[in-house]
Design a protein around this ligand. Sequence first.
Ligand code: GLA
Length: 384
Amino acid sequence: MMTDTDVAARAAAAFSDRFEGAPDGLWAAPGRVNLIGEHTDYNDGFVLPFALPERVVAAAARTDAGWSACSEFTDETVRFDDVSPGAVTGWGAYVAGVVWALREAGFDVPPARLAIASDVPVGAGLSSSHALECAVLTALIDLGELDLPLEDRPRLVQRSENGYVGAPTGIMDQSASLRCRAGHALFLDCRTLEVEHIPFDVAAEGLAVLVLNSNAPHSHSDGEYGARRRSCEDAARILGVPALRDVPVDGLSDALKRLDDEVMRRRVRHVVTENQRVLDTVGLLRSGRIREIGPLLTASHASMRDDFEITVPRVDIAVEAALMAGAYGARMTGGGFGGCVLALIDADRADATTAAVTAAYDRHGFAAPTPLVAVPSPGASRLA
Ligand code: GLA
């Protein structure tokens, strides 16, 4: 596995390659894995992500006018002065969107040059694009000495994502990338944005969170994400509540009786029960009972598969194979329709669990999954 230092060195090298001189500094923001609480964030509910050691690093410096960005993934250097929505497209929109959102919020954003490097797997549902936005945001805030408290930063990145990039995503990923702490999971109330850092030292318990990238293609995920979101918002309107967060789990069967549409009933059941599973997981972790969260993880997966219908065969097969190989619990993590599966396992079972999933994939004619042992890591910061 690569470390910050490798990625940081690559970002600094990309900066001096493409721009003149050395950067003023290096800023890093991590990808995330969500332990539990899927599609609950835009329902004002609860989530429990933690940050990965894998990060996006921005090497950046102030300049005289405009913004330029380059990345180790492409030869293209994006330059722009105009940050009105639509003016910058492609990967540059993730940079321009942050500049735009800061300006919309009234900040005097410093002109800057940024060079990007990353070891967050792309297209795996581990939030590589939010990590990019959070690294850019953190760099610009420091370069311009902007007064934006940490707790207000995720909303700004969400504004960039929703209003500029054009993805109707919630508040979880930015919050994780910006606010997580090493050795902890981030219990976030997506309505109040209150956080509690929940100790999650899996290694001390002889455990590990194994993340397996299914490498399933993410077809239709954008449209399906928006459709799930609309269905939840429509249901809340019919039920006369501000958001599905306001349907308590003991009021679920009454709520379901008031909905005619069978698909909508399933969507609501997922969100309401998932919120409760987050609360139950937090309860167990607060009393140090890490192994016991396994069945909640597996129940979350079943709910995403059967009620929210956001899984695909490759992730279902990985979950089943990991459980057969002795995992305490396993579930898909992230927005869905592919991406990664996480499994809570004994620390010495990572190779055996990966081998079991690889063998199952082989039987189905799928290429091997890519494993990663996820260590709860700190949120965005300046490296140098
Ligand atoms: C994506 C979105 C998040 C969240 C998850 C599902 O990662 O960016 O806001 O909705 O999907 O939990």
